[in-house]
Structures are given as structure tokens and as C-alpha cells.
Design a protein around this ligand. Structure first.
Ligand code: SAM
Ligand code: SF4
Length: 331
């Protein structure tokens, strides 16, 4: 029987989002300023050995699913070595990846060989000019090539699209239409203030309700699908469509009651909620010589003191308002 890990609110914890770097080749408007962010020094990154040790302990405690994210994960040197190392950890059943798709192509076959089945591709528009305006880089074609190749090789593909007032409102329907023509999950995400500068808006225009209304106006026969346990997206499908449409209330935080995930940042900070500002630094205590037993106890202590939801976690940020880049967290 596998061990199950629970937090102080009785929620199962079985999923880690692992951000392997804060570096990125894009400058998405919603994630970082045009001039970029101050990247952490490479010596401050968790090494692959440290990541593997942390993941092994967490797998022994009940974690079974990992999402590799960043920054752009494929920017970090020897990423495939890390993936192979995580693949070999007993108890880790699923590895998924979130990527901007710009430098993914050379790795697609290797990912398949490693048994990685599902890739989330960030794509906020199907218009080349708006892609450039949002990401500040002219690499739309690279992303579309990755999209086509992933589908060709049988990956489960989800599109992550952040919906922003004045930036890509006109893309909601063309993106949703990808679910009509392709077997993909198109997920619309509420914009959060994790952009390196602070909130872009006083009141969020494109909240989950408004996004859903817009999509329903286009597809009146859209049907609600049952959501998988701990799903962050509310999922829908129109009868004739090949794929599905999801809406993620990331700012409204409607899903905290079943949240099964923890986060590890590139520099080793453990976050038990996206909205907290870190509970303890795994890398620091490892480098100070912590034994596995001590590390396990520190993890357990963090899991027993988890905020009940993202609002409580945000209140506990020691007076700091949110302004860090999502590239330092991983989404
Ligand atoms: N670079 C990779 C990518 O873009 O897919 C992985 C890292 S990125 C930080 C992970 C996810 O976070 C992406 O899907 C991105 O759209 C989302 N994201 C980044 N900043 C966001 C924000 N301020 N609000 C909502 N989602 C955000
Ligand atoms: Fe880079 Fe991803 Fe952030 Fe865009 S969302 S700047 S691709 S880390």
C-alpha cells in the first residue's frame, strides 16, 4: 500500500510543481517586465542531485506526480538528465511538463522514450503580431511547430492561455476553437499579479465567469464535464469538438479546498501555496548537512501548517504584496 500524505486540512498532497530554473528566453507581459528579472546566481540553483534527493524523500512520503516548469525548463543545461533521474525514483508515477515550446523540438522524441505523456504548452494567441506583443519575442512559428509535433507523436497536449484585458481578448474564441479542430485541452487562466512588477489591474476583467460566458456565447451547447479530483480547471466540451475547454480561476481561487500540490522554486524554496512567500529553503538545510530524517520532519512540519486557501496564504506574506515573477515560482 502506498503511503498517503495529508495536510492539516485533510487534503491529500501527492503533487509537486518543480521549477528548475528562473531563466527564460521570452518576456511574457504577465510574467516579467520587458527588461527581464534579476536571475538568481547559478550557485543558488538547486543542483540535480539536491532535486533528486528532495524528490526521493517526497516520493517516499506520498508524492507521486511531478510537473517540471520554470522559467523555461528546456533552457537549463542537461534537463534530460534530470528528467531521467526523476523518472527512476520509485513512487513517481507521472512526470508532466509546462513549457513555452520555443526550444522543445529537439527533445520531443526523448521525452516520449522517457514515458512522458503530457505537455502543457503556453500559448496566449494564434496571431503572430499579438504573440510578439505579449511575449516580446518573435518565435510564434517555433511554438506552433512544437504543437504540431507533440500531437503527431501522440502526447496529451494542453494549451495554457492567460486572458488579459486589452492584450488578447480577441483570441479567446480562436483559441477555444482549437478544441473544435484538435484533440487538445485549451485552458484559459485568470491573470495573476506575479509579473515582477505588481498587479496590472485594479479589478480583474477576465475572471472565470466572464471567460466562461464568452465561450458559452460562442458554443451554446457547451457541456460541463466532471472534474478530476484536485483539478484546478473547470472543464467543458461541446458535443462535436475533438478536445475540451478548461477555465482556471487562478486569481479567484475557487479550487483551494481540494488543493493537492506543493511547489519547489529554482532556489529550493518550498511553497505550500502559490500565494505564500515560501515556508523553508530545502537547499539551504541540505547544504547545512540535514539528514534525511531531519528533512522529512521539516517537510512534515510544513505540511501540517498549510494555509487553508490562497487568501489566507496571501495574508501571511509578512506584509509583502505580490510582485515576484512567475518565472521564479513555476506557475
Ligand atoms: N516557461 C514555461 C511556460 O511558459 O509554459 C513554464 C513556466 S510559466 C511561469 C508556467 C505557467 O505560468 C505558464 O502557463 C504561464 O502562462 C503561467 N503564468 C505565468 N505568469 C502568470 C500570471 N501572471 N498569471 C497567470 N498565469 C501565469
Ligand atoms: Fe518565460 Fe513562461 Fe514566464 Fe513566459 S510565462 S516569460 S515563457 S517563464
Amino acid at each position: 500500500m502506498r503511503k498517503q500524505l495529508f495536510d492539516n486540512h485533510g487534503r491529500v498532497l501527492n503533487y509537486v510543481r518543480l521549477a528548475v530554473t528562473d531563466r527564460c528566453n521570452l518576456r511574457c507581459f504577465y510574467c516579467m517586465p520587458e527588461e527581464g528579472i534579476q536571475y538568481i546566481n547559478k550557485t543558488e540553483l538547486m543542483t540535480y542531485e539536491e532535486i533528486t534527493r528532495a524528490m526521493t524523500l517526497l516520493a517516499q512520503m506520498g508524492i507521486e506526480k511531478v510537473r517540471i516548469t520554470g522559467g523555461e525548463p528546456f533552457i537549463r543545461k542537461d534537463m534530460m538528465k534530470l528528467l531521467a533521474s526523476i523518472r527512476s525514483i520509485e513512487g513517481i508515477r507521472t512526470i508532466n511538463i509546462t513549457t513555452n515550446g520555443t526550444v522543445l523540438e529537439p527533445y520531443i522524441l526523448e521525452l516520449k522514450k522517457l514515458g512522458i505523456r503530457s505537455v502543457n504548452l503556453s500559448l496566449d494567441t494564434l496571431d503572430r503580431d499579438r504573440f510578439f506583443a505579449i511575449t516580446r519575442r518573435d518565435v510564434f512559428d517555433k511554438v506552433m511547430q512544437s504543437f504540431d509535433l507533440l500531437l503527431k507523436h501522440g502526447f496529451e497536449v494542453k494549451i495554457n492561455a492567460v486572458v488579459m484585458a486589452g492584450k488578447n481578448e480577441e483570441d479567446i474564441i480562436p483559441l477555444a476553437d482549437l478544441a473544435r479542430t484538435h484533440p487538445v485541452g485549451v485552458r484559459f487562466i485568470e491573470e495573476m499579479p506575479f509579473n515582477g512588477e505588481g498587479a496590472h489591474y485594479e479589478k480583474l476583467k477576465w475572471n472565470h465567469k466572464n471567460i466562461l460566458q464568452k465561450v458559452k456565447d460562442q458554443y451554446p451547447n457547451l457541456q460541463k464535464l466532471p472534474d478530476p479530483p484536485s483539478s484546478t480547471s473547470m472543464n467543458y466540451k461541446a458535443p462535436s469538438h475533438k478536445g475540451t475547454i478548461g477555465i482556471i480561476a487562478a486569481y479567484s481561487r475557487t479550487f483551494c479546498g481540494t488543493c493537492n500540490r506543493i511547489r519547489i522554486t529554482p532556489k529550493g524554496l518550498l511553497k505550500t501555496c502559490l500565494y505564500d512567500n515560501g515556508v523553508f529553503n530545502i537547499k539551504t538545510i541540505m547544504r547545512e548537512g540535514a539528514t534525511d530524517e531531519q528533512l522529512r520532519a521539516t517537510f512534515l512540519d510544513a505540511f501540517r501548517n498549510r494555509a487553508k486557501d490562497g487568501f489566507e496564504a496571501e495574508q501571511g506574506r509578512f506584509g509583502n504584496s505580490i510582485s515576484e515573477s512567475m518565472a521564479t515560482i513555476g506557475g
